[in-house]
Design a protein around this ligand. Structure first.
Ligand code: HEC
Ligand code: HEC
Ligand code: HEC
Ligand code: HEC
Ligand code: HEC
Length: 508
């Protein structure tokens, strides 16, 4: 069981902090390239990030295309992307607030955090920090850069710099960009009247996503967010199932991919068919572009931060939120077991299995995301015998809650949720792919009880209320939760040791 005390963990004023990252400029690059042992500006033009530009060009915003232009022919891709976390990766107010704190703590974080969230802003040198705007400070960038991880970002990635990273693994923006006429993806026969096309095997692989979905601390190399790594050593990777096979198909199909361990192409699903572009041929598989995770709930709640900007009306948002909830409700199963322990004492054991996430549950910001159990036991006379994990009026988790996350500390062993301070995890309690964890509870059964009523629920929320209060302002947002799966049953006292199982939520 892991407990978090996030309000104490957020330590904002850290003047005594040692500037570990100040060493970054002289940080030796573990060279995959034989001829150099130290980094040159060409190797690493935006340190500590690993992004490079093909041909070592100087880029300007004009080198990058507006996604709305692509959307004129690629309508479904645009509708999916618009309103997605990728489209909001820069304007996301939660990101902007933490980014501001990061840059105040260490200016080199402008490249570190910026390159994944606004690759165009960093590579064109147009990202601007306004330390006095908003609660903690905020950032602006030209419209094309403010659109975050856009079509042209992904489709002009021409390779990976994995061999240049300090840990010789994908991550920390280890990609090469080559903006221009050629758009790359996995079609080997695509012809477009508007641009050149090129086949790219990289785009069909988890490695492509891993360039951004794997973050290690640029000073101490600790892997803070390990989605790619978690996937790489999972049953999915062993069966050649990539991130794309779950995140670029509708949730129903991703569920089948996870259950049957088959590629979407092998499922013979007519719903995958369509046009990849106006004027292109009908294709067996077209990839969705909303990249649904668990976070669209927050995006919807926060509204459209870019409404007054030059950005088009977001189309995808409410649809994306519904899909995210569907995804969260089809990940986990619960198995509940109540056993007499001698005398009045009884034990409730709740087994939580990660059935369908291709990485740990939760993944990425594992010190921040919250997946927890709420368990209530009562008897036939309505007496409450046990309660754990019910949110308080202030939307906080009670201290005894069983929560599946990682507990982060800084180099001195003090609790922290600030990524630039994280040195290690002291407790790791996320649920591995197709693996499980238990929540264990005890209660006393009154001698006259004839029935035990057990209710167990698994909940998800993007972060603790204290995190929202800190980043967005006290009381600005009440963080919503999603009920992922629920189990409820009345068990006669006589039958108390039989294990019970809750179905996956989407199996109805
Ligand atoms: C005038 C219409 C049009 C516009 C505008 C357009 N495309 Fe395309 N694009 C096409 C067509 C047609 C294809 C081929 C589709 C097929 O073969 O199924 C295509 C194919 C692609 C492919 C597949 C490449 C491959 O080899 O797998 C990508 C990626 C792509 N476009 C990205 C973009 C991006 C990014 C933009 C905006 C900068 C854009 N397109 C703008 C018409 C367009
Ligand atoms: C986060 C990266 C990312 C973003 C952003 C993105 N794409 Fe893609 N796109 C991909 C990947 C990866 C594939 C190939 C998936 C595969 O084959 O497994 C793909 C495939 C495609 C294809 C080929 C057809 C297909 O379904 O395979 C087209 C066309 C395309 N994208 C257009 C767009 C347009 C237009 C946008 C913006 C509205 C966009 N993409 C945004 C990653 C991205
Ligand atoms: C290697 C790429 C990469 C780097 C570097 C990076 N991020 Fe992220 N960030 C991501 C990805 C990918 C996600 C989405 C993970 C998820 O939602 O599960 C994310 C999510 C976030 C979120 C959560 C947003 C929300 O709405 O819940 C915040 C906040 C954030 N990043 C801040 C930062 C800060 C601050 C830094 C620098 C200290 C940073 N990121 C560096 C890739 C990166
Ligand atoms: C250029 C960097 C980059 C690449 C490449 C990239 N992502 Fe992301 N992705 C991000 C960032 C940054 C965020 C988070 C934005 C935020 O939360 O503010 C994100 C968010 C997401 C989310 C939503 C997370 C949530 O909590 O809902 C999913 C799912 C996702 N990415 C999947 C993928 C997959 C699959 C690929 C590969 C096909 C991919 N991404 C490639 C940077 C990237
Ligand atoms: C077998 C299907 C499957 C595969 C493969 C898979 N995912 Fe996921 N992913 C899920 C499901 C289900 C969720 C929702 C539950 C959760 O949040 O973990 C999810 C959630 C996410 C999130 C949001 C996490 C959060 O709560 O903040 C990100 C980001 C993400 N995936 C990225 C990736 C990347 C990158 C890869 C490849 C390295 C990948 N996924 C592979 C099924 C998959």
């Amino acid at each position: 069981m892991s407990m978090s005390t996030p309000s104490a963990a957020w330590r904002l004023l850290v003047p005594e902090r040692v500037l570990a990252l100040a060493l970054v400029a002289s940080f030796p690059v573990f060279a995959g390239s034989a001829e150099t042992a130290t980094s040159t500006p060409e190797d690493r033009p935006f340190p500590p990030s690993y992004v490079t530009i093909e041909g070592h060009r100087q880029l300007t915003p004009e080198d990058w295309k507006d996604p709305r232009l692509c959307g004129q022919c690629h309508t479904t891709q645009y509708e999916g992307w618009n309103g997605s976390m990728h489209s909001n990766s820069f304007t996301d107010p939660v990101y902007q607030a933490l980014f501001a704190l990061a840059v105040k703590a260490d200016p080199s974080n402008i490249n570190h955090c910026g390159t994944c969230h606004t690759p165009i802003g960093v590579t064109t040198g147009t990202l601007e920090f306004h330390p006095d705007k908003g609660l903690h400070g905020s950032f602006t960038a030209p419209p094309v850069a403010a659109m975050g991880v856009s079509c042209d970002v992904c489709h002009t990635i021409s390779g990976t710099n994995v061999q240049k990273t300090a840990v010789l693994e994908h991550g920390n923006a280890s990609f090469v960009v080559d903006p221009g006429q050629t758009k790359r993806a996995t079609l080997d026969d695509a012809k477009s009247p508007f641009h050149e096309t090129a086949y790219s095997e990289h785009h069909g692989k988890a490695d492509f996503c891993g360039n951004c979905h794997q973050i290690f601390h640029p000073g101490n190399n600790f892997p803070i967010e390990r989605t790619y790594d978690e996937w790489k050593y999972s049953i999915y990777a062993q069966n050649d199932i990539q991130c794309q096979d779950c995140h670029m198909v509708p949730v129903e199909i991703a569920n089948r991919v996870a259950d049957e361990l088959k590629l979407p192409e092998a499922l013979d699903e007519p719903s995958l068919e369509g046009f990849a572009a106006l004027g292109g041929p009908w294709r067996k598989v077209v990839h969705t572009h909303a990249f649904i995770g668990g976070n669209a709930v927050i995006t919807e709640l926060l509204g459209n931060p870019a409404e007054d900007s030059d950005k088009a009306q977001d189309l995808g948002r409410s649809g994306n939120a519904a899909e995210a909830i569907k995804r969260l409700q089809s990940v986990a199963s619960l198995k509940v077991d109540v056993t007499p322990e001698g005398g009045a004492l009884h034990r409730v054991k709740v087994k939580v299995t990660n059935e369908r996430a291709g990485h740990h549950l939760p993944t990425s910001l594992t010190e921040v995301r919250q997946v927890w159990l709420e368990v209530v036991v009562s008897d036939d006379q309505g007496r409450e015998l046990l309660r754990s994990g019910t949110l308080t009026e202030e939307n906080r988790l009670p201290p005894d809650t069983v929560i599946f996350n990682n507990h982060a500390v800084d180099k001195d062993g003090k609790d922290t949720l600030l990524p630039w301070e994280v040195a290690r995890f002291t407790e790791m309690n996320t649920i591995p792919p197709k693996g499980y964890r238990y929540g264990k509870y005890f209660f006393n059964l009154p001698p006259d009880a004839t029935e035990v009523k057990v209710s167990a629920k698994l909940h998800y929320r993007s972060f603790d209320q204290s995190v929202a209060d800190l980043l967005l302002g006290e009381g600005a947002v009440r963080v919503p939760s999603v009920e992922m799966v629920a189990f409820e049953e009345s068990i006669p006292v006589a039958a108390l040791s039989a294990p019970k199982t809750a179905q996956l939520a989407t199996d109805q």
